[in-house]
Design a protein around this ligand. Structure first.
Ligand SMILES: [Zn+2]
Length: 296
């Protein structure tokens, strides 16, 4: 079991101490084949606030559970009305310097795989087309009956035809594309059924209270097994769906590094921890390792 690394420092553990913890991560990446696990903290610089970070919203906002969504039409109306407004912010969000640096490091072979807990699609938008979206993606919807998937953009047009553009209340969007909305707007909202069979449409994301599909979990374990090390970017690792890969890497004796603003549930497994803004830190790493290839 690795000893707990001091924040912004490296574990003693026989490794040479680095004056700069970022240099320890540079060394890790220089060895190539590092798997990345990213979370909401990587997308905050794209204007999507983290539930649990410094500006976190979890205290004032409880995400809908899978059980609530499937149990009642009222629950689904609430979800889709709020999401109809929140989707605007998600759809216009663009990848930031952090996503671009991760893609530069993937192209150069320093990063072997990207697993993300984010549902905003920003890794793919930055060019990381094979990023594994552990919790799915908001840009597509799935029918709970016939399992047909379709695009969110297409559904957005149908919801607009039924409801128009709901008044933007100016509330901040959450990472799952949800915003606070007055009850009268929720009550009057009309939801759109599956065009193929008329059943219930759900965003193709893993809700709270729902499990990640087993094949997808196995794919992530395989990517960690094939990697030399695991680099966590912008996740507090609060939920087990991400933490299990950190534990898995640590059990296999692979170094784990964490870049996150604040403590994480995986800190005890980390050989190095850095608390810095991700965009600047990752850009610096990509420039040093790829000769500035991340600059766009
Ligand atoms: Zn259907």
């Amino acid at each position: 079991m690795p000893t707990r690394a001091p924040l912004d420092g490296t574990a003693a553990d026989g490794a040479a101490p680095h004056a700069d913890a970022l240099a320890a991560i540079e060394d890790l990446l220089a060895g190539r084949d590092v798997a990345v696990l990213s979370g909401a903290g990587l997308s905050t610089e794209s204007g999507i606030p983290d539930y649990r970070g410094a500006t976190g919203s979890l205290r004032r906002h409880t995400p809908m559970t899978y059980q609530e969504f499937v149990a009642s039409e009222e629950g689904r109306r609430r979800y889709w009305a709020r999401s109809h407004v929140g989707w605007r912010a998600i759809a216009r969000a663009e990848p930031n310097a952090g996503h671009r640096a991760v893609e530069a490091l993937r192209r150069s072979g320093h990063v072997s795989a990207v697993i993300t807990q984010n549902v905003d699609g920003l890794h793919r938008a930055a060019g990381t087309l094979d990023a594994v979206e552990l919790h799915g993606g908001l840009d597509r919807v799935i029918c709970l009956e016939c399992r047909r998937t379709s695009s969110r953009a297409e559904l957005d047009l149908r919801l607009h035809a039924l409801n128009g553009a709901l008044r933007d209340t100016g509330a901040r969007v959450n990472p799952d594309g949800d915003v606070e909305l007055p009850q009268e707007l929720v009550d009057g909202f009309r939801i759109a059924p599956c065009e193929a069979c008329g059943a219930v449409l759900k965003p193709d994301v893993v809700f709270f209270g729902e499990s990640v599909p087993k094949p997808r979990v196995q794919q992530c374990y395989d990517l960690v097994d094939e990697a030399r090390a695991l680099l966590v970017l912008g996740s507090s690792l609060t939920v087990m769906s991400g933490l299990r890969f950190v534990r898995h890497a640590a059990r296999a004796g692979k170094p784990v590094a964490i870049v996150n603003q604040g403590a994480t549930r995986g800190d005890e497994y980390a050989a190095v921890r850095v608390a810095r803004p991700l965009g600047a830190a990752l850009t610096s790493l990509a420039e040093r390792l790829t000769g500035g290839a991340s600059a766009r």
